[in-house]
Design a protein around this ligand. Structure first.
Ligand code: DGT
Ligand code: CA
Ligand code: CA
Ligand code: ZN
Length: 587
């Protein structure tokens, strides 16, 4: 636990672990529940716990479920990177114990018994004992529980090895499967929609939850399992089926009667936490809510054929799926203050794209025509600067040649303009590849980090801040530098970067490339609170790459942004006036 920087997710995981430990050690239920509740609150806080604490350690107490004793422990953790209470209670606990908890149906109580009564302290020992029929020596265990545990171990292994699928892969796949099912079933389908995390546009998707309303479920199920993209059938019933597709994704289909459509779509869209909160709102109005609809106290059923009607019944505005993560959407819905979320068509230009002058594979003209065909009015070509060895980075000489090409191209259109830009690598010491005289001549300059990403927090933060303070640096791209499923975020202190971005008038980017989605929704919320200005870019390296704008907009929507809060919804001539280089000149 030497690493001093703890994210909310890591802190929540630590508290869940403490709860498990306490339960294994037979602590009173109240204490165990208190830790789980605090963990849940921190997990869904929506802003950095560290930032709250930095403002004033006393603020920790304001978090739901954090009492005085826990606030002290969190303070110690944030100050020193360690929590002595955790060290104390985990002393002597075999490390394999925690992996046992990942097996379905094996909870802390079972783990405690396995450990104390038959000295089983890891998954390997458990598997051996179950196979040898040794577990039935335990009171309450039989041959059936041994089988269940073996199946659970298998399931846990499968889950561990399967990584979540990128939204940019899952989304087009869902469209494809919907189209195929429609083609196969025709009029038998009344409504069809993907639900779950995909409909909420989460950056990654675990499995696909497909819903169909129909009066002929048998026909739909038969067509579904026979689709060409199905590799294997996990389960097949009369109204639901689960398959593994050729691309490895699990797809769960549920077929329901049209009268249940609204409540089912609402339920299976989730998130689970949103549903829990919504059900509580219903209970407060003496209604029970499930995927089948509402029930009154005297068991009268109320059906909601549309999703709108579910929210309306509870006196709420319809909440866009992207906001259903149990952050502040209910507050906003109650107060009738839900944002009018930005849409793809609001974007007028794209401020990050690459051509074959660096690591792209298409000419500037091809990229520009593709952007124009999508209805955009401007495109910044941001090829990499020379500091980035891998990407054929531009030297000042090649920059001048590129400008000549862009000037010639710009004579071609009346309704479209290619902007001269660059993706400037911020060197390890915070200096930039090009001198200010050259930077001043671009239409706009973007900066980013691709190298020395393992730098310590203070170092990388100082490095980025130095770049943002340059008067010619307009946009900081993909701020955390994460690559989903491949590379973690850097240790950058984003709070500090947000503050400096606001102060210097540097814009921050939502990079919509599916493997980046950076900033993500949680960061977008925070950036907006601080007052940082945001742009959404595709980071396209080919014409297909402009799809990134759609996913970038999805992150902005999840972050609650309206069109007016995203600067590239402006015409270029208006946006230009918002760049700090221009503001400075005007002054
Ligand atoms: P994923 O697949 O891991 O990316 O995430 P989701 O959100 O698609 O989750 P999934 O596939 O397990 O379930 C789909 C939706 O069904 C989920 O978002 C909400 C609903 N749901 C599933 N299990 C529960 C539950 O235990 N309670 C409640 N209230 N809703 C649930
Ligand atoms: Ca799902
Ligand atoms: Ca599912
Ligand atoms: Zn590139």
């Amino acid at each position: 636990m030497a690493e001093p920087h703890w994210t909310n997710a890591e802190i929540a995981a630590l508290l869940y672990r403490i709860a498990d430990l306490l339960e294994i050690q037979g602590e009173i239920v109240f204490k165990v529940v208190a830790y789980r509740r605090a963990a849940d609150a921190i997990e869904h806080l929506g802003r950095d716990l560290r930032a709250i604490w930095q403002n004033d350690p006393k603020n920790l107490r304001a978090i739901q479920g954090v009492g005085e004793a826990l606030a002290e422990k969190l303070d110690e953790l944030l100050r020193t990177g360690e929590m002595s209470y955790y060290e104390k209670i985990s002393k002597g606990v075999p490390p394999g114990i925690f992996e046992l908890l990942t097996i379905p149906d094996v909870g802390p109580k079972t783990v405690a018994r396995l450990w104390k009564e038959v000295k089983i302290t890891d998954v390997a020992k458990l598997e051996k004992a179950a196979r040898a029929g040794k577990l039935r020596e335990l009171k309450g265990f039989g041959a059936r529980s041994e089988q269940k545990i073996l199946a659970g171990i298998e399931a846990a292994r499968r889950k561990k090895s399967s990584t979540r699928v990128l939204l940019g892969v899952a989304y087009p796949f869902a469209q494809e499967i919907v189209a195929a099912l429609r083609a196969a079933c025709g009029d038998a389908i009344r409504e069809i929609a993907p639900a779950g995390s995909l409909r909420r546009m989460k950056p990654t998707v675990g499995d696909l939850d497909l819903l169909v309303s129909s009066d002929a479920p048998d026909k739909i199920i038969a067509a579904f399992v026979a689709l060409p993209m199905v590799r294997a059938i996990n389960a097949r019933g009369t109204t639901k089926a689960s398959v593994i597709a050729q691309n490895g994704m699990q797809v769960d289909l549920r077929v329901l009667e049209p009268k249940h459509w609204g409540s089912a779509l609402q339920y299976f869209t989730g998130s689970k936490e949103h549903n829990v909160a919504l059900r509580q709102i219903a209970l407060d109005q003496d209604l029970s809510l499930s995927e089948w609809g509402f029930k009154t106290q005297d068991e009268k059923e109320i059906f909601t054929p549309t999703e709108d009607a579910v929210y309306e019944k509870l006196g709420l505005r319809w909440i866009p799926p992207e906001l259903r993560e149990a952050t502040n959407e209910f507050e906003l819905a109650h107060a009738d203050k839900l944002p009018r979320l930005i849409e793809l068509k609001d974007l007028k230009g794209d401020l990050q794209a690459h051509s074959n002058w660096s690591d792209g594979s298409f000419s500037i003209e091809q990229m520009a025509e593709a952007a124009r065909a999508r209805g955009l009015k401007y495109l910044a070509i941001t090829d990499h600067s020379q500091g980035l060895g891998i990407a054929r980075g531009l030297t000042p000489e090649r920059v001048k040649q590129q400008w000549a090409e862009i000037d010639a191209l710009n004579k071609k259109w009346k309704d479209f303009v290619v902007l001269k830009s660059i993706e400037m690598e911020i060197r390890a010491d915070g200096s930039l590849d090009f001198p200010d005289e050259l930077l001043a001549q671009f239409d706009l300059v973007t900066v980013s980090t691709h190298s020395a990403l393992k730098q310590a927090r203070e170092k990388i933060t100082a490095r980025v801040i130095k770049a943002l303070q340059n008067p010619y640096v307009d946009i900081y791209l993909h701020p955390t530098a994460r690559l989903i499923n491949q590379r973690d975020e850097t240790a950058l202190d984003l709070e500090e970067v947000f503050r400096v971005a606001k102060e210097t008038g540097t814009l921050l980017e939502i990079d919509g490339a599916p493997e980046r989605l950076d900033l993500d929704d949680v960061r977008v919320r925070r950036a907006r609170e601080i007052g940082v200005q945001i742009v959404i870019n595709s980071d396209a390296h080919s014409p297909d790459g402009f799809a990134g704008l759609f996913y970038g907009v999805a992150m902005a929507r999840r972050g609650g942004l309206e069109a007016r809060e995203v600067l590239n919804t402006l015409e270029w001539k208006e946006l230009k006036l918002k760049l700090k280089r221009h503001k400075r000149k005007v002054k």
